[in-house]
Write a protein that binds this ligand. Structure first.
Ligand code: X2X
Length: 335
């Protein structure tokens, strides 16, 4: 009797299993954190990743994007810790926001290290990039691919800035690593750290005079409409984006799905880097058209900023790792 009952139960369970379509059974959803929404290239990188994964897994793997750092209540420098602890499954993140937990990522924030896009690529696509990925991996997050936020330009509501002396006393909002405080303090400015969520109201009320962000962010967030009328194209640093996955989530995936997820991240990242670079000149034209005074630096003016920030290297090179900094410099030299 017992045996017969068990057999009935098993056959019922079996037919139930067979009745459920395979995709519904195996479909898994993961959270993806970003700071900027898909109105910006950054958010578009995450959306593209989700689309490619959906398509290539035939709906088995669903990436749900949560923009505006909402999974950490806007506190973007807590994103890495939240990911490591499993509160967030995946992210497309700026190197700046993860740099408090991964000191090696401060490399990209060294002022005037990377003169052009080829210099960014020389780091990310070479042995220095590999070292950085290893450092992230050791901290509990699996890095899959690179994207790009872009070269960060300086804006303010007070005056045209074409030399370090113009920054004296200017209240500038910065984010992330204390390295930014050192850079702006060295320049004689008055830097203050706050999240992007807090920066926008602070710009509106005039609590701060200036900020630094890529042209795409300045443009899409309409930063000029909160009084930022002066923009200096000083290209002092660029923040790449990193596609990453929590380690436990990564280990729970099959080898095929890991490959699928990584290849989709690589493709989405390459797509976004190409797109953001291609759109730069149109973006700059749009910003100019809205009446923003854009300052380009002469080589001499540029050099004055380089000289004024040299001491940041002395303090930060040992923290980032002397070997890594040297490797990055050599890769840039050889680009
Ligand atoms: O907060 C910023 O300035 C932003 C949006 O660029 C980053 O998250 C690094």
């Amino acid at each position: 009797m017992r045996v017969k009952q068990a057999a009935v139960a098993i056959s019922a369970a079996l037919s139930l299993t067979l009745a459920v379509p395979a995709f519904a059974q195996e479909s898994r959803e993961f959270s993806v954190s970003t700071v900027l929404s898909d109105a910006f290239p950054w958010g578009q990188a995450a959306t593209k990743w989700a689309e490619l994964v959906d398509e290539r897994s035939e709906g088995r793997i669903i990436l749900k994007v949560y923009p505006n750092a909402q999974l950490v209540s806007g506190d973007q420098t807590r994103e890495f810790s939240a990911m490591r602890s499993g509160l967030i499954d995946m992210a497309v993140a700026s190197t700046i926001n993860w740099s408090p937990q991964v000191p090696e990522l401060n490399l990209f924030s060294l002022p005037f290290l990377m003169p052009d896009e080829a210099a960014i690529d020389a780091i990310t696509q070479g042995s220095a990039g590999e070292k950085i990925f290893n450092a992230i991996d050791k901290k509990g997050v699996v890095p899959l691919a690179w994207g790009e936020n872009g070269f960060r330009e300086l804006s303010n509501s007070k005056k045209q800035v074409d030399g370090p002396e113009d920054l004296k006393g200017l209240k500038v909002r910065v984010v992330g690593s204390p390295l930014f405080l050192d850079t702006f303090n060295t320049l004689g400015a008055n830097p203050t750290q706050m999240s992007w969520a807090d920066a926008q109201p602070a710009l509106t009320t005039g609590a701060i005079d200036g900020q630094e962000n890529p042209l795409s962010v300045f443009d899409v967030a309409r930063v000029d409409q909160v009084g930022q009328k002066y923009l200096t194209q000083w290209h002092y640093m660029a923040d790449p984006l990193i596609f990453g996955v929590n380690k436990r989530v990564w280990k729970s995936l099959s080898a095929e799905d890991r490959e699928l997820l990584q290849q989709a991240a690589i493709d989405a990242g390459a797509w976004e880097i190409e797109k953001s670079r291609r759109e730069l000149s149109d973006t700059l034209a749009a910003i100019r058209e809205r009446g923003v005074e854009v300052t380009e630096l002469t080589p001499e003016q540029h050099q004055a900023f380089v000289d004024a920030t040299a001491e940041v290297y002395e303090k930060w090179t040992p923290r980032i790792g002397a070997e890594l900094v040297a490797e990055a410099k050599a890769a840039i030299e050889a680009r």
